[in-house]
Design a protein around this ligand. Sequence first.
Ligand SMILES: C[C@H](O)[C@H](O)[C@H]1CNC2=NC(N)=NC(=O)C2=N1
Length: 190
Amino acid sequence: MIARMLRTPFLSLSKSHPQLPLCSLQFLSGSHGRSATQVTEIIRGRIGISSNRISVYGFRTFCTGTDKDLLTKKCVPCNTKDLRPMTEESASKLIPKVDGWNLVNEGGTLKLKRSWKVKSFTKGLEMFQLISDIAEAEGHHPDLHLVGWNNVTVEIWTHAVGGLTENDFILAAKINALDLHHLLRKKVTA
Ligand SMILES: C[C@H](O)[C@H](O)[C@H]1CNC2=NC(N)=NC(=O)C2=N1
């Protein structure tokens, strides 16, 4: 798999794996005077492929993207003693680590929210199943919405404390690491 990826020109690599921050691939393929071999060595050391998820190491320095540290963490049980909701200030510091997610305040309850347009109603349900697999593995669950047949919105918050905890950012990061490109509608270019 990685051999095929390394032969893949960067643009199609970024198309086939939208979770790879394009800016980092442009950085690597940019005119920084590196030879193809040198760029290949950099990529070889930076991209770990496990099942259908890509953990991209080290690219964090080039753009916000999804934070590697969150990807390696595990959610704690929400009935853990002393688990408290974080402040809006703390949440604002963490939100750059989960590309594409928005911090919302709904009636005083802080939540993470992200929306996608999927190709079809059934692709939306397929996306829910992929997210469900992560939620069940983490013991931490999002609120899933599929509206107007192809509009998916996912909200994440810790119900036990009525706000946000690190669990929510871990779950958002792991959802970001899913390879969803085959389920999503192509963006209409302007
Ligand atoms: C004990 C276990 O941690 C709780 O039942 C979990 C299940 N999943 C959960 N998910 C979310 N988002 N919030 C919770 O409070 C929560 N509680």
